[in-house]
Ligand binder design. Structure first.
Ligand code: ADP
Ligand code: MG
Length: 362
């Protein structure tokens, strides 16, 4: 088992900057997720470690060794990449068994190999497919074969690139639980790439959020959820996504307001002393669960929105509404949709409000 660390790593493809001054450490045995939108540079991180891509600046270490001093074969890492890369003429069994038969692998009897393959295939729910060829598999099945093939080895570290992204929603939930169990059992260093914040939160010890090749935040799932350092991090984590209301906080007649184009929202006086007053490009963030919409008149709230839509997410209901010119999603106390245009009361849990500097257009 080994630690993986990046020290000021940059990588360009022609005019495209894929990674810019990226530094992080994935400790021994840690489940470390690289999370971010498409094109953020996630795959590039793994490809540099694996030696699939080269020509970078900065230093990458696998354990104590700078990977530049190691041949690609000597980097004892196991990979499952997004595009499966299964051997088309091998059966599923042979594909999964392949790493166990390599000359670099320790010698095993056929029975031992069978047991390892069977165990991993069973864990991933593909033990009934062992005789098939890859061409006879669905995308999700291929992905699990690829993952099983990565997991049969006992490497220094696993590099997993969106290994369950192609599964449908239900299977993905099961696969996520399986991965958590497998990760705990193996206890090995895992660098895990995902664009799904749920996976990142559910699986990781640590998450690095990449944005256009740069680190936006590194922290535990709890830190990214509770203390997002930017509007971008806040926007990437949560469903429905955090409401972001652009405006300026001003003092007017001793009271504090958030003022946007079409909205004057009175804030509790505790915001008076915050350094947010009169700050340019301010963005107030509030998660839908900390904003309650109700048709009951609520004396504490003089904030009213107009109903725009409705959705259910598991046991919660959400009303989509317009607050002035701002589109907002709030927890709904009504469990059935209201007519579009209905006026609705909103109550804020101001203790849960975030203040950011606006860094992107919604
Ligand atoms: P992610 O995995 O987060 O979606 P990638 O690491 O694949 O992102 O890509 C990061 C950036 O580098 C993107 O802008 C992508 O278009 C670019 N890129 C990746 N591979 C190549 C390549 N072989 N040639 C040119 N540009 C590339
Ligand atoms: Mg990728």
């Amino acid at each position: 088992m080994a630690e993986i660390s990046f020290n000021n790593v940059s990588k360009t493809y022609g005019l495209t900057t894929a990674l810019k001054n990226v530094s992080f450490t994935c400790k021994e045995g840690e489940f470390f997720s690289i999370f971010g939108p498409s094109g953020a540079g996630k795959t590039t991180c793994l490809e540099l470690i694996a030696g699939i891509k080269g020509d970078y600046t900065g230093d990458i270490y696998l354990g104590k060794n700078n990977i530049e001093t190691m041949s690609v074969q000597d980097r004892n890492i196991s990979m499952a990449f997004e595009n499966y890369s299964l051997y088309p003429h091998f059966t599923v069994f042979e594909n999964i068994a392949f790493p166990l038969k390599s000359p670099r692998s320790k010698k095993r009897s056929d029975q031992e190999i069978f047991n390892v393959v069977k165990k991993n295939a069973t864990d991933l729910g593909i033990s009934h497919l062992l005789d098939r060829n890859p061409s006879q598999l669905s995308g999700g099945q291929k992905q699990r074969v690829s993952l099983a093939r990565a997991l049969v080895r006992e490497p220094e570290a696993f590099l997993l690139d969106e290994p369950i992204a192609h599964l449908d929603a239900k299977l993905r939930t099961v696969a996520r639980a399986n991965l958590k169990e497998i990760a705990q059992r193996l206890g090995t260093t895992i660098l895990y790439v995902t664009h799904d914040y749920r996976e990142a939160l559910a699986l990781s010890d640590k998450i690095m959020l990449l944005r256009e090749g740069k680190i936006e935040q590194i922290g535990s799932p709890k830190e990214l959820w509770n203390n997002p350092t930017s509007d971008f991090v806040a926007h990437m984590i949560g469903d429905p996504v955090m409401n972001l209301i652009d405006g300026q906080i001003v003092e007017d007649g001793g009271k504090i307001f958030l003022v946007s184009k079409d909205l004057k929202l009175i804030l509790p006086s505790k915001f008076k002393n915050k350094k947010v007053i009169n700050q340019e490009n301010l963005r107030l963030g509030i998660r839908p669960n900390d904003l309650i919409a109700s048709t009951k008149s609520n004396s504490k709230s003089d904030l009213k929105g107009k109903v725009y839509g409705f959705e259910r997410k598991s046991n919660f209901f959400y009303t989509h509404l317009m607050l002035g010119d701002t589109f907002i999603v709030a927890r709904s106390l009504n469990d059935t949709p209201l007519s579009v245009g209905t006026e609705i009361n909103l109550s804020f849990n101001y203790d849960k409000a975030f203040f950011f500097k606006k860094t992107f257009e919604l």
